[in-house]
Design a protein around this ligand. Structure first.
Ligand code: IPE
Ligand code: IPE
Ligand code: MG
Length: 260
């Protein structure tokens, strides 16, 4: 099986690069990938799903602990009905086909998004996938499905408003921390790095709350072609980023100390 052979031959040398604990990937460009090959868009989505399996293995082997991938946005329902139903079908197929490999790799599967509004069969795939994989130790694959950052923030606000209505908390208890604690998956750390293939310079409603200080890395490669080499390059570039969080870099604050 190619999957295993590859696993044995590839070495994951982390020298000179920094591997984020929590990584976000916007899996964009499937349609353009298919168009370039004169194929239907559905072929691009299929190739994209295959590539997700590769990304999971590479991230797991690099030591990423939380990989959040954008698979279907709250705005993607505006696409033609046929494309939406193909995407839903592919979603179910992906877990049927690859869950044994994800299990072998120790990858736990979780979902983030407005899962409760999905049709029952899809909700069941999500619930069963989460339940089946909950003890897998290596990495969490978090699939953002029917996900919108604005919808997530609205959801957290509604939950807090309910608590106020029930008299459990006071409006002054609504803080950045309590909002964070009421997002879909509060235990998942904010992504240190977000990768967007396909060249678009936008978040498209992905992890709006959680990405406040994420590093962004964009590549022109279309998602189905985004592989190990580019992932490695992203981690290499990430190692050189100076994350200041509004403060000063370590070097500048040392200089400040010397001057005073
Ligand atoms: C990403 O690829 C998949 C989804 C949004 C579901 P696209 O379908 O957006 O591909 P492009 O952007 O049209 O190339
Ligand atoms: C973002 O891609 C959503 C996913 C990859 C699932 P889109 O193709 O929907 O984003 P826009 O429309 O280019 O912003
Ligand atoms: Mg797109």
């Amino acid at each position: 099986m190619a999957f295993k052979a590859d696993k044995l031959t590839k070495t994951y040398d982390t020298a000179g690069l920094k591997v984020p604990v929590s990584l976000g990937v916007i899996m964009d460009g499937n349609g353009r990938w298919a168009k370039k090959r004169l194929l239907p868009r559905s072929a691009g989505h299929r190739a994209g799903a295959e590539n997700l399996k590769e990304l999971c293995r590479n991230c797991g082997n690099y030591g990423v602990k939380y990989l959040t991938v954008y698979a279907f946005s709250t705005e993607n329902w505006s696409r033609p009905e046929k494309e939406v139903s193909q995407l839903m079908k592919l979603f179910v197929e992906f877990f049927d086909k690859y869950d044994p490999e994800l299990a072998e790799e120790g990858i736990r599967v979780r979902f983030t998004g407005d899962i409760d509004s999905l049709p029952e069969d899809l909700r069941r795939v999500c619930r069963e996938g989460e339940e089946r994989s909950k003890d897998r130790p290596k990495m969490q694959l978090i699939v953002a499905f029917n996900y919108g950052g604005r919808r997530e923030i609205t959801y957290a606000a509604q939950r807090l408003a309910e608590q106020v209505r029930r008299g459990e908390i006071d409006p002054s208890d609504i803080t950045e921390d309590s909002l964070s604690a009421n997002m879909y998956l509060p235990d998942v750390p904010d992504p240190e790095l977000i990768i967007r293939p396909s060249g678009e310079m936008r978040l498209s409603n992905f992890l709006l709350w959680e990405s406040a200080y994420s590093e962004l890395w964009v590549s022109d490669t279309l998602w189905p072609d985004f592989g190990y080499e580019e992932l490695t390059q992203a981690f290499r570039d990430y190692a050189k980023r100076d994350r200041r969080f509004g403060g000063l870099s370590a070097k500048d604050s040392d200089e400040g100390d010397k001057q005073s």
